[in-house]
Design a protein around this ligand. Structure first.
Ligand SMILES: *Cc1c(COP(=O)(O)O)cnc(C)c1O
Length: 406
């Protein structure tokens, strides 16, 4: 008899339960569909969760990055530094605002942008207006040191925390602080895309402790329009009066999306806990494969929220990056044949044709080396223990072939 074909395990997916569905349906039967009371409540609950004073919800994490760059003063001619190992949105945001991105290299063992590389890049070129470190895979970047460097350069830090809701790191004084709390940044951004920790379908948010930035973000999310009588430039007595004070966008989140986001936010600690369990099982299982694959290193003083679980193939003596990348492709194909869908996070952004075309193609050898050997294994809260065991077994089988070939 043919063995029953098993379902492909994706690298990530959302977990939607009946109460999430009910929350959205309730809003569909209410008066407000677009931005309304659900968005306000979601913002307050997010502020409480991450420990930031203000939260502005928007239509996506990308919109959040764009608005954050605009209010941080990125204008045509301005430069912004980000990581090459990230989703393209982190760099595109600088471009939307008219600026040009530069890429500071990562540490290939952590995938995190290096504070030393940021400083060296800034000192060897022009002053950056913004620095956008990425909490890659759910591990906070070295925010205390990056924050100090930014301050000395007169740049603002926008923490890209799209991977890091629920993560923590230690401040210089030893205290644990939460990702996106803006303890060491002017603003942080979150994404509620379905592969992230919690989803609102599409959605994002900016967090900040700065009232001026908060008010500007609120205005720009809605066309740059305000109705607040204390802010109006013209004192028109008409009750319907409103004013566009600068060019903004329609980046509002709808109440339907916010209702889903709120329902999911209540499950955040359960979701993060499950991700940590899966990561711990992988860590344990792959210890015996340490000569072949290595999990991402999580530096001291960081607590990852495990958005991703990347493993890197251990490079053989004298192996070229091309050969390494070829073996990574074999691992990818072998896992796929075993019903395990993996993904690569990320192709270095400066290697994208559109970035090369415009000359945004900084040398990032750490990112190139990291990229050549990395693969993200499935990790998501709906994964069963049996799924985790299947992945472990499939990785074991795939690496056996390397042992034979070695
Ligand atoms: C998902 C993601 C974004 C963009 O978020 P969207 O909500 O998809 O627009 C930005 N940065 C990083 C690192 C991400 O993973």
């Amino acid at each position: 008899m043919e063995p029953k074909p098993e379902k492909l395990i994706p690298y990530g997916r959302q977990l939607i339960e009946q109460d999430d569905v009910d929350a959205v349906v309730r809003v569909m039967n209410s008066d407000a569909l677009t931005q309304g009371p659900e968005v306000n409540a979601f913002e307050n609950e997010l502020a409480e969760t991450v420990g930031a004073r203000y939260v502005v919800c928007v239509s996506s994490g990308t919109a959040a990055l764009h608005l954050a760059c605009v209010v941080a003063g990125v204008r045509p001619g301005a430069m912004g530094i980000t990581s090459p190992i990230t989703f393209v949105a982190s760099a595109n945001a600088i471009r939307y605002a008219g600026g040009h991105p530069r890429f500071a290299d990562v540490d290939p063992t952590t995938g995190l942008v290096s504070e030393g590389a940021i400083r060296a890049l800034a000192l060897s070129s022009e002053r950056p207006q913004v620095i956008i470190p990425v909490d890659f895979a759910g591990t906070p970047a070295d925010l205390p040191r990056i924050g100090r460097t930014a301050e000395s350069l007169g740049a603002l830090v926008i923490e890209d925390a799209a991977h890091a809701l629920g993560a923590r790191y230690r401040a210089a004084d030893g205290h644990w602080v939460k990702a996106a709390s803006c303890t060491h940044s002017a603003m942080a951004i979150l994404s509620f895309h379905p592969v992230k920790h919690i989803t609102s379908g599409e959605g994002g948010a900016i967090t900040t402790n700065d009232r001026g930035l908060y008010e500007a973000l609120v205005r720009l999310r809605n066309h740059g329009v305000t109705k607040d009588p204390s802010r109006l430039r013209r004192h028109d007595p008409e009750p319907w009066y409103y004013e566009q004070q600068s060019l903004g966008w329609n980046y509002r989140m709808s109440d339907l999306h916010a209702a889903l986001g709120r329902s999911q936010l209540r499950k955040l600690s359960r979701f993060v806990e499950r991700r940590r369990q899966i990561a711990a099982t992988y860590d344990q299982a792959f210890r015996s494969l340490a000569g072949f694959i290595k999990p991402l290193v999580i530096p001291e003083g960081r607590e990852s929220a495990y958005h991703l679980y990347p493993v890197s193939l251990v490079r053989r003596p004298c192996e070229s990056l091309g050969e390494l990348s070829q073996r990574r492709r074999e691992l990818y194909m072998s896992l796929l044949e075993d019903g395990v869908q993996t993904q690569v996070h990320y192709i270095p952004v400066p290697r994208q044709p559109d970035f090369e075309r415009l000359g945004f193609c900084d040398a990032v050898p750490g990112a190139d080396a990291y990229y050549a050997g990395v693969l993200s294994l499935p990790i998501f809260p709906a994964m069963s223990d049996a799924d985790v065991s299947r992945v472990v077994a499939a990785v074991g089988r795939a690496t056996e072939s390397f042992m034979v070939a070695a």
